[in-house]
Write a protein that binds this ligand. Sequence first.
Ligand code: PLP
Length: 351
Amino acid sequence: MIHADGLQLINFSSNDYLGLSNHPMVVQAAQDALAQHGLGSGASRLVSGDAPVFHELEHALAEWKGYEAALLVGSGTLANIGLLHAIAGRHDVLFTDRLIHASLVDGARLSTAKVKRFPHRDVGALENILRSTQAHRRIIVTDGVFSMDGDIAPLSELMHLAMEYDALLIVDDAHGTGTMPDPRGACAMAGLSGSDRLVEIGTFGKAFGGYGAFILGSQPFIDGLRQRLRTMIYSTALPCAIAQAMLVALGLIREGTLTARLQRNIETFRRCSEGLPVTASPTAIQPVILGEDTRALAMAEKLRKKGFFVPAIRPPTVPEGTSRLRITLSSLHDTEEIAHLLEAIRTCLHE
Ligand SMILES: *Cc1c(COP(=O)(O)O)cnc(C)c1O
């Protein structure tokens, strides 16, 4: 539920995919830690802001995701901007999918590396660019699950190219983490976790129901970042209460029932959405493509009147002519709510 303009609307717009932001155990863990440690960390981790719980959480995340090491960062946006800036310089080339998250685009700009974009999920086009590009270091950059389309990067093929062209592969799996049939996300589903050519980013802002982010990689890579990641070094450490709560959230995700419930809702949505202009997204992000932005806005407004909060997404967030409703499913929805939403969309499309 979401409150807007005095209305109670069923929320189909949140990235809190597992309802963990309000889970009693997560909230309790944060409250206990607040009582013990207070709110702010007071300084960067490199000064006096470090705490044992950050290291405990890093170890737990690395072990769960199948990497040697992890590094906590203030947010996914800070992770992406800092990461590309830290590892790429002007003799390097970043090969980026056209639909990567805005924070990766900004990180690429800040890095001073040359950027070569390839068409969305087009492995053939990427190979052509890789073949014809000389670089000191090649870095392929993609989302795992794409935030506006809900489709999944062809990670096995991308890793294949990374090996063939001696490149590093960076995967931002903000939306895959906690939501996919293997809750560890897209890299684990592709069997790639822990490869020394792979760096993965995850955030606590989505399925973890919190705030903050983490970078996963080999031990030497993460050790290097601890010295070079300016968005971590020059930024106040996360509140301990968040880290403590995210440890509990991780335990709940690992237990598996919440993700299984979300997966059932995704199946229900896909089964019941036949005939609608939905893409074949296999994830919790289900776009309904409407074309003109006026059409998407009008549809969002009509749905609001029927009791559903579904945002219209327009350019420049998505390409011109692909304005859409971006529906996100959560483990908290039930079959009836999903069926009612789809019925409402059908009705509005025919009006
Ligand atoms: C949300 C998101 C981010 C940003 O993460 P925050 O923790 O919200 O800053 C980065 N990348 C992708 C793909 C995202 O969806």
